[in-house]
Each structure stands twice: as C-alpha cells, then as structure tokens.
Unconditional design. Structure first.
Length: 324
C-alpha cells in the first residue's frame, strides 16, 4: 500500500489541480473519502474540487453538507456544466468508491480527462472502459474511507474533525455497524478517526433518518420471505426508491435467525429495477449479482436491470440462486 500512496502523492504533486468524483447517488463512504482526499490535496497547496450532483432526498449527505456549512468548512463542489471553467490540460481526475463508468456521478465527464486514477474497494469483475494512469482496488478493505485513513497515516496528516466524523459514519454504514467486511484494520481506522476528533454524537445525528421512511421500510421487512434455508428476499412495490433504501432493508434481513444472505428487489425509476444483496460472509453474493450484470463485494453487491418488472427480476434471480 505504501507504493500506491507514494505513486498517488507524486501524481497529485505533478498535476495542475485535482478533481474528485464518486458514484451516482453518493453515499457516506464516497462522500467522506472525497472530503478526506480534498483536504489532502489542499495540504499540498494544490487546487481541489469535488463533483456533486443534485442530492434530492439523500438525507445523510444533506445532513453532512449542513455540518460543513455550520462549521465553515469550505469545499469547492462542481457539477457537469461548470467543471470546464476549472479543468486544465494537466488536471488529475481521481475516481473513488466505484470503477464502472456507467455508475459514475457524471459518466460523460470522464472522456474529457487524460489523467485518471481509480481507487475502490469493490471486486473488479469487468475491465475499466476508460483510460487510467493508475488503479488501486482493494476488495479486502471495508471502505474507501479505510484507504484514506491509511493515506493520512502515511502522510502523517489529519483532517478536520467534522470530516473525520463523516468518514467514521461512512465506515459504520459500509460495515453494517462493524458486522461485515470488518478486520482489525477497520477498528484501527475507526480508532484513528476518533483520535483526531471524530464526534460520535455528531455521527449519530448524521445517521438519523425520517420516521415515516423508517416505518415504511419496516413494512417491507415484515413481508420478506425465505427463498431457501439460509436466504431471504424482499420484493418492494412499484414506487421509486433510492439504492440506500434497498441496501438498508437487505442489511436488516441479515439480523434474522438462519439468514446468511439477503436480496431486495425494488424500482429506482420507471425503467430500472435494482437488486441489493448482502451476506454475513458465508455466501458470496457478488457472484450472483455478477450473473445479472452487476458486481460489488463478497458480502455486499448489487445490480441494475432495465425494462423488466419486479417479478421478472425476482424469477431470474431465484433461478440463479437455485443453480438452474
């Protein structure tokens, strides 16, 4: 990992500026690691920017942005239109927490960069379809926030306590409260963030959610069912939901006796059905999602399917799970 950090540091120092992009519907791991890298780049006296789309109902990120504003932490955010005002010939684009082009916040932006770095923690099961000068993918780590903690340690640097808190929240979410993808290094990362000022009360505030949304999710949990002796499934209705909603339900199902893997099927929009899969670690859900065109991690994976009904996706997934 030290070699990777040395290479990344060199690329940052050699660039005119650094633009940071994560995936569509950004989560706390992607957001926290983006903010951490933003501060690292700024510490090198380099201009840094973070791509951020319209958040709509992304409650957690909205809370995080409010905290940044209240504590007067200035982050230069970009959208798909205004980045060209700041892009230079030797700009470095760093992509975090994702590598698939179609899942990026602004996929078309990638084509405008010659210098691209990818840092991710998901299993790489497809070729990267855009040119990169450096890639670091570590599926054995809990999150990109964990990678950024190691980078901070390597550089002997710290981040603002509010950003440390957002990073800690991201680790907690990605590990389902330290129940999956968790090693001694994960706990060490959490301890480091606490030492540099992460506030656990603020973290709880960041992770609060809307009561009605919670109650609605519990209704879906109640109507879940077992596919076989160790796999649970939940089919949502035809309303539109965020990926996070499905992921949280999948994680809830893992709390039940005998459930070793869970699959939640719901609709993101009129054309897209999404499957969120989770495992306690005994079943490789990434292998199943890959068969449906998706991917992810052994314990956390997903896929999107176009122009299919919920029931069609359900039937297709059950066939795969049954080995048909």
């Amino acid at each position: 990992m030290e070699t990777m950090f040395k290479k990344l540091t060199s690329l940052i120092r050699e660039s005119d500026n650094v633009m940071i992009m994560a995936h569509h519907d950004i989560d706390m791991d992607a957001f926290g690691s983006s903010l951490a890298l933003y501060e690292i780049v700024r510490s090198f006296d380099k201009k840094a920017y973070v791509f951020l789309e319209n958040l709509k109902d992304n409650v957690a990120i909205s809370h995080a942005l409010e905290c940044l504003e209240k504590t007067k932490i200035d982050v230069h955010f970009l959208n798909e239109e205004d980045y060209l005002k700041y892009k230079k010939e030797n700009s470095l684009l760093v992509i975090l927490d994702v590598y698939k082009k179609e899942m990026l916040e602004f996929p078309n932006v990638v084509d405008q960069f010659q210098n691209i770095v990818v840092i991710d923690h998901h299993v790489k099961n497809h070729k990267i379809t855009y040119p990169t000068i450096f890639e670091y993918i570590a599926p054995d780590l809990s999150s990109v926030n964990e990678i950024m903690v190691d980078y901070l340690k390597y550089l002997n640097k710290k981040v603002n306590p509010v950003i440390a808190t957002i990073m800690l929240a991201g680790i907690e979410i990605d590990t389902n409260q330290f129940n999956v993808k968790t090693t001694d290094k994960t706990y060490e990362a959490a301890a480091f963030l606490t030492r540099i000022g992460a506030d656990h009360i603020l973290k709880q505030m960041l992770l609060k959610e809307d009561r009605n949304r919670y109650l609605k999710r519990q209704r879906f949990v109640k109507r879940s069912f077992m596919i076989n002796k160790n796999m649970a499934m939940c089919i949502m209705d035809d309303e539109h939901y965020e990926r996070k909603d499905l992921a949280v339900i999948a994680e809830e199902l893992l709390k039940f006796d005998e459930v070793e893997a869970s699959f939640v099927i719901g609709r993101l929009d009129d054309e897209t059905v999404y499957v969120s899969a989770r495992s306690i670690g005994l079943i490789n859900v990434e292998s199943y999602m890959e068969q449906l065109g998706g991917g992810g991690h052994t314990t956390e994976a997903a896929t999107s399917m176009k122009n299919k009904t919920l029931m069609e996706v359900k039937d297709e997934l059950i066939k795969i799970l049954n080995g048909e």
